[in-house]
Write a protein that binds this ligand. Structure first.
Ligand SMILES: [Fe+2]
Ligand SMILES: [Fe+2]
Length: 152
């Protein structure tokens, strides 16, 4: 059957492993938010570093997805998925803008608790958007494969 002798499963595996890495990085940021400011005075610096790591990871990951070999492969076979794939890839700039805004508005170490609560809520919202994005992406690719293999 078509599919097994192509390079796509390798590319898909690569993207999926990046999605797993993304989950680990999100967890690392969440832990940094949960650090006690009293116990870890440089928490803002730690958070900033973790968020920049996450941002760089996203930037590289998005570029690879947009460069093709991932969605593109599914699309070549399943033109009817093209609209869904374009829509999901079109979310990348908004997601990057969201994390850039969070990094730019991180409170200082002596900021009032309300500011930290706002930053934590912004991060949880970003996390929800990112996970939703990856879920949609996985669904598009999965649907392409299922159809290609006659499973749909
Ligand atoms: Fe993506
Ligand atoms: Fe992705």
């Amino acid at each position: 059957m078509a599919g097994f002798d192509r390079a796509d499963p390798v590319i898909m595996g690569h993207i999926l492993s990046q999605h797993r890495e993304l989950h680990e990085q999100i967890t690392a940021v969440r832990h940094a938010f949960a650090l006690s400011p009293a116990a870890v005075p440089d928490r803002p610096a730690v958070l900033h570093a973790r968020l920049v790591e996450l941002r760089d990871h996203l930037h590289g990951h998005f570029r690879q997805e947009e460069a093709g070999g991932f969605m593109e492969e599914s699309l070549a076979r399943m033109p009817r998925l093209a609209r869904a794939a374009r829509a999901v890839l079109g979310q990348h700039p908004t997601l990057l803008a969201e994390i850039d805004r969070l990094i730019a508005t991180l409170p200082a170490s002596d900021a009032p608790p309300a500011e930290w609560a706002r930053a934590t809520a912004d991060f949880e919202r970003l996390t929800a958007h990112l996970l939703d994005h990856e879920r949609q992406e996985n669904a598009v690719v999965q649907e392409g494969y299922n159809e290609d293999l006659g499973l749909a």
